[in-house]
Design a binder for this molecule. Structure first.
Ligand code: ACM
Length: 770
C-alpha cells in the first residue's frame, strides 16, 4: 500500500513543481519583457541581438514592407540600409521582414530574435507594424524622446514571440466637439494608440457645441458652427481651474471676433487628410462620426431649414433634431457625407443616432403626412427610416454604417453596426448580436474614460469582458471588440485628456489584444509600472498610480500613525494639515502621528514636480458607539422609494411613493422610474467591537450613516465611484441608514465592509435587521 501512495505523492510533487516553475517563468518573462498588451506566446532565448549602423533591414525579394522598414528605422532612430532580396553580405546583423502566408490573421506576426538575426514574419504590413511596436516596447524608453541623442548601438534579448489579437475592433474615441483638440494632439494620440496596438480611432467631429470639420458645400458649418461663446461646461471647467490648471480653457482655441471672445476651431479638409494619412501609416483607421439626427444644434444654427419647425433649442433633455420628413434634410446629409467619405477612406462611417428628442417630429404636419405616405407607424420607426435610408446611401458608396445603440429602436437592418453605450440597457447588445448585427462594445461603465477615476478604475477596465452573457458562441462572433470613449465636456485641455485616459487605456489594450487565459491583473500592473518611464519620455500627463489604502474618513480611538507605501519609489509624498492643497513646498510625509480630529491632504509628486491626485483624509477621534437597546427581530432592511430627480440626498422628498423590505442592499429590479431615490434603514448587527471600514460605490450619489455617525459621503450626481469611511462600533445592533439617489442613465450601488485592514467583503444578509 505504501509504495504506490509514495509514487503518487512524488508524481503530484513533480507536477506541482512543473506548474509552479512554469508560472514563475511566465512571471519572470513578464517582468523582463514588460509588454502591453502581452503577446500570446513569448519564449526567452539565449544571447543578445545587436543592432548598429551596419545592421541591414532585409525585405522580401519583391520589396514589399519597405514602408514598415521605414517605421522600424523611426523606432530604432537609425538610418539602417534597407535591401530587398536575398542577403549579400554576412558581416552585419540582419533584421529580416518576411511575408508568410501561413500566418492567417492580418494583424498577427511571429518574431524570432537570435544573436545573428531578427526575423519578423507576417502576412501583411499591418502584422509587421504591430511587431515593430513590440520591438519599440523592448527598447530603451529614452528612444521615445526624439530630442535626445539616439544610442549608436542597441541590443535585444533573444526570444520567440507568436502573437495575434483577440478582437478585431480595438478602439478609442475622442470628442473634439465639446472641446477642440489640435492636429498636433491628434497625431500624438494616434501615436499612443499605435504603441498599444489599437487599430480604430473614432473621431466625434460634430455635436451641439461645435462643428469641427470643413464641409466645402456648407461653409457656415465651420465659419459659424465651429465657434461659440463660453458655455456652462466651460464655466464648470473655469471653476475647477482654481485648484487644477489642467482645467484652464486652452488659450490656443480662443479667438476674438467682432468684439466677442469665442471658443472653438475646426480641421480643414487638407489637415484632416494629413491626420488620416498619419493614422494609416500606423495601421489605424479613423472612423468619422457626424452625429445626426440629434446633437445637430451647431449645424442648425446656420442652416435652420434642417428642422421641422425652424426651432433650434434644448428640449427637455436633448437639443431639437433635424427633420427626417423633408427631402432637403437628406440632400444636406448626403452632401455632407460625400465630403466626409472623400476625406476618410475607412470602411466604417459613424452616423451617431443617439439621444434624439422626437417631440417636434410628432407635432409636425409634414411628418404626419410623411409617415402616412411611407407606412411608418411611430416616431421610433421614423428615426429608423432616417437611419436605414442613410445606411443605404453609405452602402451605395461601399461603406458600412455604425450607429449608437438607439438605432436598434424602431427596427434596424442587420447590416448596420451597433455601438453599445447605454449600460442601463444591458439587453441592447444581446438583441443586436442575436439579430445578426455586428456589435462594438463601449458601455458607459467602465468604458467612458471621461468618467471620474477611483482606485478601481483600471481594474474595472481590465476585468471588462467584451462578450456579454447570454450569447451562444456563434452569436458571440458578432462582438467585434470594444472601444473606450472620451467625451470632453469637462476636458478642456490636452493635459486633462491625457490624465483621463492614461493609464486605463493600456488596460483596455490588453483586454482586446491578449487572450483572456493569459490575462492577470497583478502581472499587468507590474508591467504597467515599467511603462510610466516611457510615458514620461512621451510627455504624457498620465494619472499617477493610486496611493494604497486611502480611506476618506479614518477613525481612531486612541492615536494613529499615517504611513503610506509609495506606489513608485521616485515619488515624494507631501501633505498639508491646514486644509490647503499640497504643493511642491508642503511638508514631507514621514510616519505622521495623528492624535486629534483633523483633515490631512496628501499628494504624490513626481521628480519633475507633477502632482498626482489630492487625497483628503478626514481623521476623526471616536469612542466605540454603544449598541442600540432596541429589539429588531425582522431580517432585512426597510427601503423607501421616492420617485423623481434629486440632486443630493438632502433634497429627497419627504413622502415616499412606496415602502417595502429588502434582504440585501440592492436596488429592486421592479423600480422603473428613470430617476428616483431609495432610503434604506434599520440596523446592522455587527459581530465584535471594532473600527469598521465601509466602501460605498454608487452612481449616482449615496450617503451612509452608521450609529448616527456620517460614515461615507458619496453624494451628488456622478458616475460610479467608490468612497470609503470608518466608524467605531461596539458589538450588537447599530442604527443603519443609506440614502441613495439615481438621476437617470443607469445606476450602480455597492456597499462592502472590512475590519483590521482585511479585504473588503459584502455585508452578510444576516447582519441586516429592522
Ligand atoms: C452617447 O454617449 N450619447 C453616445
Amino acid at each position: 500500500m505504501k509504495r504506490p501512495l509514495f509514487k503518487m505523492q512524488m508524481l503530484l510533487l513533480i507536477a506541482a513543481l512543473v506548474v509552479f516553475g512554469g508560472s514563475l517563468k511566465a512571471q519572470n518573462a513578464a517582468s523582463r519583457f514588460p509588454l502591453i498588451p502581452y503577446p500570446k506566446k513569448l519564449v526567452e532565448g539565449k544571447g543578445l541581438f545587436v543592432i548598429n549602423a551596419q545592421t541591414v533591414i532585409q525585405l522580401p525579394a519583391n520589396g514589399t514592407y519597405s514602408e514598415e522598414a521605414g517605421a522600424l528605422n523611426e523606432v530604432l532612430r537609425m538610418n539602417l540600409a534597407i535591401k530587398a532580396g536575398t542577403r549579400s553580405s554576412a558581416k552585419s546583423t540582419v533584421i529580416q521582414l518576411v511575408s508568410d502566408a501561413a500566418i492567417t490573421r492580418t494583424e498577427g506576426y511571429r518574431m524570432q530574435i537570435t544573436p545573428k538575426r531578427l526575423t519578423i514574419s507576417a502576412n501583411s504590413g499591418v502584422g509587421i507594424f504591430r511587431a515593430i511596436q513590440t520591438i519599440r516596447q523592448l527598447l530603451p524608453e529614452s528612444l521615445e524622446d526624439k530630442l535626445q541623442i539616439a544610442p549608436k548601438q542597441l541590443s535585444l534579448q533573444a526570444l520567440i514571440i507568436e502573437d495575434e489579437p483577440e478582437y478585431d475592433w480595438r478602439g478609442m474615441h475622442l470628442d473634439v466637439s465639446r472641446h477642440f483638440f489640435s492636429v498636433n494632439y491628434l497625431k500624438k494620440f494616434i501615436d499612443r494608440l499605435a504603441l498599444y496596438k489599437f487599430n480604430k480611432f473614432h473621431l466625434h467631429l460634430t455635436d451641439d457645441q461645435g462643428w469641427r470639420i470643413e464641409i466645402k458645400k456648407y461653409p457656415k458649418l465651420t465659419q459659424e458652427g465651429a465657434w461659440r461663446t463660453f458655455n456652462n461646461q466651460d464655466s464648470v471647467c473655469m471653476a475647477r481651474a482654481a485648484e487644477n490648471p489642467d482645467f484652464i480653457i486652452d488659450p490656443q482655441h480662443i479667438i476674438q471676433r467682432n468684439g466677442k471672445t469665442l471658443y472653438g476651431g475646426f480641421y480643414t479638409q487638407a489637415q484632416m487628410k494629413e491626420v488620416v494619412a498619419y493614422a494609416l501609416a500606423r495601421k489605424i483607421d479613423i472612423i468619422p462620426e457626424i452625429d445626426m439626427p440629434g446633437h445637430m444644434m451647431a449645424a442648425i444654427n446656420s442652416y435652420p431649414f434642417l428642422t421641422c419647425n425652424g426651432e433650434n433649442k434644448w428640449g427637455e433633455l436633448f437639443t431639437k433634431p433635424i427633420c427626417p420628413c423633408n427631402e432637403a434634410t437628406y440632400e444636406f446629409a448626403q452632401n455632407v457625407y460625400d465630403e466626409i467619405m472623400e476625406i476618410f477612406p475607412s470602411k466604417y462611417i459613424h452616423i451617431g443616432g443617439d439621444e434624439v428628442d422626437r417631440t417636434d417630429w410628432g407635432k409636425s404636419e409634414v411628418c404626419k403626412a410623411f409617415m402616412q405616405r411611407e407606412g411608418i407607424k411611430d416616431l421610433a420607426g421614423l428615426q429608423s427610416y432616417f437611419i436605414n435610408r442613410m445606411e443605404k446611401y453609405f452602402n451605395s458608396k461601399g461603406r458600412k454604417l455604425i450607429g449608437w445603440d438607439e438605432i436598434l429602436e424602431g427596427g434596424i437592418s442587420p447590416t448596420a453596426l451597433v455601438m453599445y453605450w447605454r449600460s442601463w440597457v444591458p439587453k441592447a447588445p444581446i438583441m443586436a448580436a442575436k439579430n445578426g448585427n455586428k456589435v462594438i462594445m463601449s458601455p458607459g461603465s467602465p468604458l467612458y474614460f471621461d468618467a471620474k477615476y477611483d482606485k478601481n478604475a483600471d481594474y474595472n477596465v481590465y476585468k471588462f469582458n467584451p462578450v456579454p452573457k447570454g450569447l451562444t458562441d456563434k452569436e458571440a462572433e458578432g462582438i467585434m471588440g470594444a472601444q473606450a470613449n472620451i467625451w470632453t465636456e469637462y476636458i478642456p485641455t490636452e493635459q486633462r485628456a491625457d490624465y483621463m485616459y492614461m493609464p486605463r487605456m493600456t488596460a483596455l489594450a490588453e483586454v482586446l489584444w491578449t487572450n483572456d487565459k493569459q490575462r492577470d491583473f497583478d502581472n499587468y500592473r507590474s508591467r504597467l509600472m515599467q511603462h510610466y518611464k516611457r510615458l514620461d519620455e512621451l510627455k504624457v500627463n498620465y494619472r499617477l498610480p493610486d496611493l494604497p489604502d486611502m480611506i476618506d474618513t479614518r477613525v481612531f480611538t486612541d492615536q494613529e500613525t499615517l504611513k503610506i507605501n509609495k506606489p513608485m519609489a521616485n515619488l515624494l509624498l507631501l501633505y498639508t494639515a491646514d486644509g490647503s492643497q499640497p504643493t511642491a513646498t508642503s511638508s514631507l510625509l514621514n510616519d505622521l502621528v495623528i492624535k486629534t480630529t483633523q483633515k490631512i491632504k496628501i499628494a504624490a509628486f513626481t521628480p519633475a514636480g507633477r502632482r498626482g491626485d489630492v487625497y483628503e483624509i478626514n481623521y476623526q477621534h471616536q469612542s466605540l458607539a454603544p449598541a442600540a437597546t432596541a429589539t429588531a427581530s425582522n431580517n432585512g432592511l426597510t427601503a423607501a422609494l421616492h420617485k423623481g430627480l434629486f440632486k443630493q440626498v438632502s433634497r429627497i422628498s419627504t413622502k415616499p411613493d412606496s415602502v417595502f423590505s429588502v434582504s440585501s442592499i440592492v436596488v429592486p429590479q421592479s423600480i422603473k422610474a428613470p430617476a428616483f431615490a431609495v432610503k434604506y434603514s434599520g440596523y446592522i448587527n455587527v459581530p465584535q467591537d471594532d473600527i469598521y471600514t465601509f466602501y460605498l460605490t454608487c452612481d449616482d450619489g449615496g450617503v451612509l450613516t452608521v450609529a448616527n455617525r456620517l460614515t461615507v459621503d458619496n453624494d451628488g450626481l456622478h458616475s460610479a465611484v467608490e468612497k470609503s469611511g470608518q466608524v467605531a462600533l461596539k458589538k450588537g445592533l447599530q442604527p443603519f441608514k443609506l440614502d441613495f439617489i439615481e438621476g437617470g442613465g443607469g445606476y450602480t450601488l455597492k456597499l462592502q465592509y472590512s475590519v483590521k485592514g482585511q479585504k473588503a467583503q459584502d455585508i452578510p444578509g444576516s447582519w441586516l435587521k429592522n
